[in-house]
Design a protein around this ligand. Structure first.
Ligand SMILES: Nc1nc2c(ncn2[C@@H]2O[C@H](COP(=O)(O)OP(=O)(O)O)[C@@H](O)[C@H]2O)c(=O)[nH]1
Ligand SMILES: [Mg+2]
Length: 327
């Protein structure tokens, strides 16, 4: 795998081919939307039976009932206005509908240089990809010339601390951690205090994804947030939830719960390379309207890029002949 290039402007330097791989990933799953969508519509008239098939396909791809209904209503209205005269035009219109839902969520994470350090609190359930995503973020910011500190706020498992430590070494980031079982709030408190003194530009705090129960986890995360605010009233500057796309509609439920408890400011959606049905991103975008900062396509640092609504919509629908469908 080649190194992720970073251009002079830094921030939005997605690895070459990232979007091609995103599209490949989105069209791989057995219930993917893109797969066979062309075949589904080819040569067919736009009628009730085609809409039924399309609805089934959207639901199977995890777009969810709410977004699916909105999309089909809008497409139905366009058909009634005779704006769409063949099935290919319908697919183009579908891609536009998806883009319109996704576009408001395309808001890249900007590291405000006057916030020093800029604090990113990373949350999400166990296995969603928090620690891996933190490693990828660290790589990105170190390559941009920033001084990065990683904080092991997941003190629940020894392996979690060690995994973050390895990412810190691999990315030339600074590491702050304490013994397993320490109070995570104390760990992040100490880390932010020293980061204010040592010239850290970006401090990224890992957290646990599972405790005795959900309520306990939320209380702990709220406490971590409060403690950060005590050191710097503007911190955390980003509360980033990592969601595993494989979790489907459950990812949406998780995001709602974490948002209610913590006030999320951004999302990253991982594992879009696997069997995930990327439609969940549409469901999340429509319901929560939160910035989707990043998408993850694999386990290495290169497999991580900023969310791009139009690429994502094309990835979901597949290639659509672009002739003559634009209004
Ligand atoms: N295929 C794939 N695997 C991922 C991705 N992100 C994370 N993983 C894997 O998911 C597993 C859980 O990730 P981890 O970062 O430990 O999750 P955490 O419990 O939330 O910290 C690990 O095996 C990661 O390598 C991704 O975008 N694609
Ligand atoms: Mg972890």
């Amino acid at each position: 795998m080649s190194e992720a290039p970073v251009d002079a402007s830094g921030a939005s330097a997605a690895p070459k081919g990232f979007f091609a791989r995103l599209k490949a990933g989105l069209s791989r799953g057995a219930s993917s939307l893109a797969r066979d969508l062309q075949v589904l519509v080819r040569g067919r008239r736009i009628d009730a039976s085609l809409f039924e098939d399309l609805e089934a396909r959207l639901l199977a791809a995890d777009v969810g009932i709410e977004a699916t209904t909105a999309i089909l209503d809008s497409l139905t209205a366009r058909v009634a206005r005779r704006e769409l005269d063949d099935a290919e035009a319908l697919l183009s219109a579908l891609r536009e509908e998806l883009s319109q839902i996704l576009l408001p969520c395309q808001q890249p994470l900007q590291i405000n240089p006057s916030a020093r350090p800029f604090v990113i609190l990373v949350v999400g359930v166990n296995g969603s990809g928090k620690t891996t995503s933190i490693g990828k973020l660290a790589q990105r910011y170190v390559q941009e010339g920033k001084k990065v500190t990683l904080v092991a706020g997941d003190t629940f498992r020894a392996a979690a601390v060690e995994q973050l430590h390895i990412w810190a070494q691999r990315t030339n980031s600074q590491f702050r951690g304490q013994a397993t079982g320490s109070d995570p709030a104390a760990v992040v408190f100490d880390a932010l205090k020293s980061a204010q003194q040592d010239g850290t530009d970006v401090l990224i705090a890992d957290t646990a994804g599972r405790l005795q129960n959900q309520a306990h986890l939320m209380e702990e995360l709220k406490k971590v947030k409060r403690v950060l605010q005590r050191v710097d009233p503007a911190a955390p500057h980003e509360v980033l939830q990592i969601l595993d796309a494989n979790q489907g509609q459950n990812a949406l439920v998780q995001a709602e719960q974490f948002h209610a408890a913590l006030g999320l400011t951004g999302l990253a959606i991982t594992k879009l390379d696997g069997s995930a049905r990327g439609g969940i991103v549409v469901a999340i975008a429509r319901r929560l309207k939160l910035p989707i900062r990043f998408v993850g396509l694999g386990e290495t640092a290169e497999d991580f890029g900023e969310f791009d609504a139009l690429s994502f919509a094309s990835g979901l629908v597949g290639e659509v002949p672009t002739t003559g469908s634009a209004p």
